[in-house]
Ligand binder design. Structure first.
Ligand code: SF4
Length: 490
């Protein structure tokens, strides 16, 4: 039943400042009014590191075993479910100390609100998704762009402040939603201007224009020749590995030369780079080896009898995943005629396939820990930055140690697959909410101007919670015994 507005209370965990009626949640669905108190709906999440170490049973013969569940050093308070103390002139929601091998460490945890953040997406596929710089869209809104393609993968850069705040309201909202879903390991359909439609989900194969990608190529055409030239020798007269980037020809390639492969008089249409290596044999596309061709013979010119072409000469053409292959025999006019692949060659094609990695999508969250956030950790924020840069302070995201970029600021990247599910949230400013933890020796924390008065024990954090409630869970073997009266999950 709708409540009188006078009963609504204000959530101050982000700039939106929702007024929330009793029993309802705010715009981000992370906070609710529960009996007149604003509470964080997701439980504060604590890792029991014995899980990460693969330990679920205490060793009977361990000399130091005291019969208990393990030391504090096994436990790590993450920022998942911790809440935010916006604006961060006040200490972060939890500043927790714990003893690790006799050394007192402090971990500052907060759910950081990122108006400046994005994801880098690596899509393992040969297939051409779009030209570099092309706009990537979700629900018709621009959410990022295609960036450099890497070895066997196409890369997207999504989000960032320009899309979150620099475009229309809808663009910001869709961008934020796209980032959150990708970071929470959900599937998102992206379309690329003048390119493909691709379904992206962290840890899952990409689906390009409705086709599930299964294999990441073994290498470029030249690398494939290098790897397998000796396997083909004596079984076939010529091998062409068709690839959008570098198409390889074994008889001309250095790998063929060193094993004394005979010339065949083959001619490849394309730009010759070095012997046996050709660029631009076709346009990029969804066909053979990431080209736009379905018939590999279209990349061949006339055969030269003076350089070794002869009737009966055999030719294997294969793609960089081994998914496409064809076998030909030159007729009396030196025209390749299709023929069944001999049984002797089949294992060499299978070997290419066997050497391919499974194609996956990888999503890295990337963000810069900004000024006010750092104020939640220390009264002198730049000291935290310097401490991170000196590696005195470790930065983690949902308990996963983050890669910290060199240079100014605290710019981090983390593989979202390593985090627990649904670790990310949003606020409708729009901005992404990501868990962030800083861990530092207690004496260093004092030195960098930390909020020492706010430091408390893990037991106190579990028992008392924060101003947003005391809902907590432990992920790992301690789940059943470390908490009483709270949600447990193992
Ligand atoms: S959007 Fe969420 S965090 Fe922000 S004020 Fe509303 S309920 Fe609180």
């Amino acid at each position: 039943m709708a409540k009188d507005t006078s009963e609504k209370i204000r959530c101050d965990a982000c700039p939106v400042m929702c007024y929330i009626a009793d029993g309802n949640s705010g715009a981000c669905d992370r906070y609710a009014n529960q009996d007149g108190q604003i509470v964080r709906l997701d439980p504060l999440t604590i890792f029991d590191r014995r899980l990460a170490a693969g330990d679920t049973v205490k060793p009977f013969l361990g000399a130091g075993w005291d019969g208990g569940l393990g030391s504090e050093s096994d436990l790590f308070v993450t920022a998942i479910g911790a809440g935010t103390t916006y604006p961060d002139y006040k200490p972060a929601p939890f500043v927790v100390s714990r003893d690790i091998d006799g050394v007192d460490f402090v971990t500052v945890v907060t759910e950081a609100i990122f108006s400046y953040c994005g994801v880098k997406v690596k899509i393992d596929t040969d297939r051409h998704l779009g030209r570099e710089g092309a706009v990537v869209r979700c629900d018709g809104e621009a959410v990022g762009l295609v960036i450099t393609s890497e070895y066997g993968s196409q890369m997207l850069s999504l989000g960032g402040v320009d899309h979150l705040t620099g475009g229309s309201k809808k663009e910001g909202r869709v961008t934020c939603d796209t980032l959150m879903k990708l970071c929470n390991k959900q599937a998102v359909e992206l379309t690329i201007d003048d390119g493909a439609t691709v379904m992206v989900q962290a840890g899952k194969p990409p689906i390009v224009d409705g086709i599930v990608e299964s294999r990441m190529r073994v290498g470029c055409g030249s690398a494939t020749i290098g790897m397998f030239a000796s396997q083909w020798q004596g079984l076939v007269d010529e091998v062409v590995v068709v690839d959008d980037h570098i198409t390889g020809v074994v008889s001309e390639h250095q790998a063929g030369k060193v094993i004394d492969w005979q010339e065949t008089g083959i001619r490849i249409k394309g730009r010759r780079s070095t012997p046996g290596r050709y660029f631009q044999v076709a346009e990029p596309g969804l066909g053979w080896g990431g080209t736009d061709i379905e018939d590999p013979l279209t990349i061949l010119g006339d055969w030269d009898a003076k350089k070794g072409a002869r009737p009966g000469l055999t030719l294997l053409m294969v793609s960089t995943t081994g998914e496409q292959f064809a076998y030909f025999v030159l007729d009396d006019d030196l025209v390749p005629q299709p023929a069944p692949l001999p049984d002797t060659l089949r294992p060499t094609v299978d070997l290419i396939t066997e050497n391919c990695e499974p194609a996956l999508c990888t999503v890295l969250f990337m963000g810069g820990a900004g000024g006010s956030l750092r104020a939640g950790a220390t009264k002198n924020p730049v000291k935290l930055t310097r401490s991170v840069q000196r590696r005195h302070t470790t930065v983690s995201c949902g308990g996963v140690e983050a890669f910290v970029w060199p240079g100014g600021g605290i710019t981090i990247m983390v593989d979202v697959l390593k985090l627990p599910d649904n670790a990310f949230g949003y606020v409708p400013t729009p901005a992404l909410v990501a868990p962030l933890e800083f861990t530092v020796r207690h004496d260093d924390y004092v030195e960098l101007g930390g909020h020492d008065d706010a430091v408390r024990s893990i037991a106190d954090a579990i028992e008392q919670g924060s101003e947003y409630g005391a809902n907590a869970r432990v992920l790992g073997p301690g789940a059943d015994t470390l908490l009483t009266g709270h949600d447990g999950e193992s």
